[in-house]
Design a protein around this ligand. Structure first.
Ligand SMILES: [Fe+2]
Length: 244
């Protein structure tokens, strides 16, 4: 009897060890897949920024700044426990990495518009506004070919919605409030702050305090008030980063 019990225990222990080893192998392969995804998507974003620099984009440096601003805002929103079921650590990390791609659609525009330093005509502005859809189409086609659906899906949502406004007056779909994905709400504020802080051919860089006033005035109009509150709480960090 004792021998039978020992044999059963030995079999169960053996099965548990095999199951544990299989689980370990599966976890290692999952980790390898995630590492590959992270390295590949980081390389993709780097290539896009380098291509923008190669094409002489006046906004090429802009792509690198926005990642740091995006991290700051999302960090603050998480601290405040805003939408904790959506703004998970993984989601926020992915959004910050994807933020570099927010204007990827501009690379598909004619050079005379893409490189224009001065104000755009009405027709040029209409064409420029198609950069959200062009970028989204590009990422969708990449998503169909690659298996990195988490990163590319987040990047697509961010690209298509970063010019929508809280009150529904943005583009391309004029969606409003909670209809706008978090990726787009955060990116909208970051994009404007960074654009204002950078000098253009036709105007000097806007001072930090003036940017804060402009953003505050657009709370509930262009921007999600919760995102504006998070920005106000971290505005000193924004100032430091913009001056570094
Ligand atoms: Fe844009």
């Amino acid at each position: 009897m004792l021998e039978t019990v020992s044999a059963v225990c030995a079999t169960l222990a053996g099965a548990a060890i095999v199951a544990f080893l299989l689980l370990l192998t599966r976890l290692k392969s999952l980790r390898r897949k995630l590492d590959t995804e992270r390295r590949t998507t980081d390389a993709l974003t780097e290539v896009v920024v380098e291509f923008a620099e190669f094409r002489g984009s006046p906004d090429a440096g802009h792509a690198r700044n926005v990642r740091r601003y995006t991290q700051l805002l999302l960090e603050e929103l998480r601290l405040r426990q805003v939408a904790p079921e959506i703004l998970t650590e993984h989601f926020c990390r992915t959004v910050a990495r994807a933020s570099t791609l927010h204007d990827i659609g501009k690379l598909f525009l004619p050079a005379e518009i893409f490189l224009k330093n001065g104000p755009l005509t009405v027709e040029e502005r209409r064409l420029m506004q198609t950069h959200c859809e062009r970028g989204e189409e590009f990422l969708r086609s990449a998503e169909e070919r690659l298996s990195f659906s988490s990163f590319l899906g987040t990047a697509r949502h961010l690209v298509i919605s970063h010019h929508e406004c809280w009150n529904g007056s943005g583009y391309p779909f004029q969606i409003s409030g909670d209809e706008i994905p978090w990726e787009g709400r955060v990116m909208a504020l970051v994009d404007v702050y960074d654009a204002l802080r950078r000098p253009k051919v036709y105007r000097a860089a806007v001072g930090h305090d003036e940017c804060v006033h402009a953003i505050l005035a657009l709370s509930g109009i262009q921007f999600d008030p919760q995102v504006v509150d998070a920005f106000l709480a971290r505005q000193d960090d924004f100032r430091r980063l913009s001056e570094s």
